[in-house]
Design a protein around this ligand. Structure first.
Ligand code: NAD
Length: 247
């Protein structure tokens, strides 16, 4: 029996990068998956070509930072799949800047997309999981939400906010067997980190004891553990996936 056989997962920001890699690992382990993103491109097409017939997989264009959109999305997914066992709040962006140059728009946008989306989606899925008396919610935070980072005050604050939210939800919903955990990835090689100049990438890598950037699968495998019953007594935790960058 596969680890996620019979379970349905919703993943935000699943069109590419870490979210798509989580979808891949979940399907390999038997889950039915609802991929949600603002838009889908070639990477999603390739995924659907490779995995489309293995389990039930559907794509939904949706803005996780929009409250009403998120409620409608969850309603539609429940209609299509009948249940939701796993929610991965993965959608996220960066708008890096030194505080002296950071605009109000950069602050608001990052907080809205990274943090408000987690509230929107978790609030929408809560009644479904409450009724089932079962659920695993996984929030994609970051090591900089734990430690802070220069030039990322907006992003770090949003990711730290996700950790506070995770711990609160774990305490509040544990009574209905709903677990909530956060993953704090370090430097993972995706389109998000591709934007960094090569010399800065190399500087980052020098600070990582395992001496490499993480792969999206490194994060996806931890998401698999948190989504599955292997972690049935793990809730309210933050798991760093960072090659020992944060200890
Ligand atoms: P990515 O940019 O490759 O993918 C992010 C996805 O989120 C994109 O497909 C994008 O369209 C989607 N998205 C953005 N806004 C959205 C919205 N409002 N609604 C729905 N979807 C939306 O990034 P990634 O590197 O795969 O990162 C995934 C998550 O992991 C993010 O939350 C990011 O902050 C976090 N993270 C990444 C790293 C890293 O090194 N790559 C490190 C720590 C944390």
């Amino acid at each position: 029996m596969k680890l996620l056989e019979g379970k349905t997962a919703v993943i935000t920001g699943a069109g590419r990068g870490i979210g798509l890699s989580i979808a891949e690992v979940f399907v390999q382990n038997g889950a039915n998956v609802a991929l949600t993103d603002l838009a889908f491109g070639a990477e999603t097409d390739e995924f659907l070509k490779n995995y489309g017939s293995q389990t039930t997989i559907k794509t939904y264009k949706s803005d996780a930072s929009d409250f009403d959109n998120s409620a409608k999305l969850i309603e539609e997914i429940v209609k299509d799949f009948g249940r939701i066992d796993i929610l991965v709040n993965n959608a996220g962006i960066t708008r890096d800047s030194a505080l002296k140059r950071m605009t109000e728009e950069q602050w608001d946008l990052v907080l809205k997309i990274n943090l408000k989306s987690v509230f929107n989606m978790t609030k929408a899925v809560q009644p479904v999981m409450w009724k089932q008396a079962n659920g695993s919610i996984i929030n994609m935070s970051s090591v900089v939400g734990v430690s802070g980072n220069a030039n990322q005050a907006n992003y770090s604050a949003s990711k730290a906010g996700m950790i506070g939210f995770t711990k609160s939800i774990a305490r509040e919903l544990g009574i209905r067997n709903i677990r909530c955990n956060a993953i704090a990835p370090g430097f993972i090689e995706t389109k998000m980190t591709e934007q960094l100049p090569e010399d800065i990438r190399q500087e980052w890598i020098k600070t990582i004891p395992l001496r490499r950037g993480g792969k999206p699968e490194d994060v996806a495998n931890v998401a698999l553990f948190l989504a599955s019953d292997l972690s049935s007594y793990v809730s309210g935790q933050v798991i760093n996936v960072c090659g020992a960058m944060n200890t």
